[in-house]
Design a protein around this ligand. Structure first.
Ligand code: LMR
Length: 332
């Protein structure tokens, strides 16, 4: 036997014995509440995965940044301290996968139909593939929804943003977007947002209604503007070494569970966000304002230059591919 074959055989035996003790544990860490599209998707995956593997796999979910905050969770995955995550697509820059920030370009995806074309087609597949060089396998895209702006003052025109301290996720595109509006962006972990607003460290932020409601952001922000100017979605990812070493039948069962829970998570996302927006309105704790078509056009015009300035970071072809899918989804 050649040395290479011997090493391969030894690695296979090691992998098999590493998983010989039952059950195989998948620690799935995330930063949001359980009562969100991602929280519910994770729970669905756990149920389906455990049933499909007949108990050979146990999925332990750690929500609410209980184990790790934004940046740490990615490091923990690479180190193998957790096996599965679903970080926002806006958080892959610090890992060195800048291309994911294409999703942050303002108004680049005008509808869920456009999003589906991107994620389910070759563009989405190629993006997930980029993670492999980082020791990560991208299994699926999970949806959250379109973002709204919140602040302690009304935000109706781009001029209203001037000098406002806005919390952003760790994305250079979001930084450029806020600067294009005249705001001062500040990167903060998701778990720090509520307190930063309460203590005035930041004046406002952007997020989906579901995240705003479950983090009680509406209780520490006087105004919410329904702007749908951007999108939050997730890549469900696993540690590559762990994934590749799983017994093949277990991996196949987990793949099936992931497909089904992806469909579930993406089916409920819009409804969850609609319900959250209604609940925010009902709470009476923040004033909700929806931009008119004319106001939206002014926001779009103010943020449009970001597509050009971020070309070098993200790649001209990738931005063009997104715009092409968006146009096709709109029937243009
Ligand atoms: C945020 O940090 O605002 C979001 O990405 C949190 C999340 O995972 O939805």
């Amino acid at each position: 036997m050649k040395l290479q074959s011997l090493l391969f055989a030894a690695a296979t035996v090691f992998a098999a014995s590493a998983f010989a003790q039952n059950p195989i544990i998948i620690k799935f860490s995330h930063v949001v509440a359980t009562d969100t599209p991602k929280g519910k998707g994770a729970q669905k995956f756990k149920e389906l995965a455990e049933a499909a593997t007949k108990g050979r796999v146990k999925v332990e979910i750690y929500p609410n940044s209980q184990l790790y905050k934004d940046k740490e969770e990615l490091e923990a995955l690479q180190l193998g301290s957790v096996q599965m995550l679903a970080p926002s697509l806006s958080k892959f820059g610090p890992l060195g996968v800048k291309e994911f920030e294409v999703y942050d370009l303002p108004y680049i995806l005008p509808s869920k139909a456009a999003l589906e074309r991107v994620n389910d087609g070759p563009v989405g597949k190629a993006l997930l593939k980029k993670l492999e060089a980082k020791g990560i396998v991208g299994l699926a895209f999970w949806d959250n929804g379109f973002k709204e702006m919140t602040a302690n003052k009304p935000l109706r025109t781009p001029a209203d943003f001037k000098g406002t301290k806005m919390r952003i996720q760790s994305s250079k595109v979001l930084d450029a977007q806020m600067r294009a509006l005249g705001a001062n962006p500040q990167v903060l972990a998701f778990s720090e947002v509520y307190q930063a607003m309460q203590t005035g460290v930041v004046d406002g932020s952007e997020n989906t209604p579901s995240n705003i409601y479950t983090q009680k952001v509406h209780e520490v922000q006087k105004h919410l503007t329904v702007s749908d100017h951007g999108y939050i979605g997730y890549a469900v990812i696993v540690n590559k070494k762990f994934w590749d070493a799983l017994p093949a039948d277990v991996r196949t069962a987990l793949d099936g569970a992931m497909k089904e829970s992806t469909k579930y998570a993406n089916d409920i996302a819009q409804k969850e966000n609609d319900a959250a927006l209604e609940a925010i309105k009902k709470s009476g704790k923040t004033e909700v304002y929806t931009l008119t078509a004319q106001e939206k056009a002014a926001w779009r015009a103010a943020m449009q230059p970001v597509q050009k300035t971020m070309e070098e970071r993200i790649g001209k072809e990738l931005i063009a591919a997104f715009n092409k899918e968006a146009a096709a989804a709109e029937g243009k």
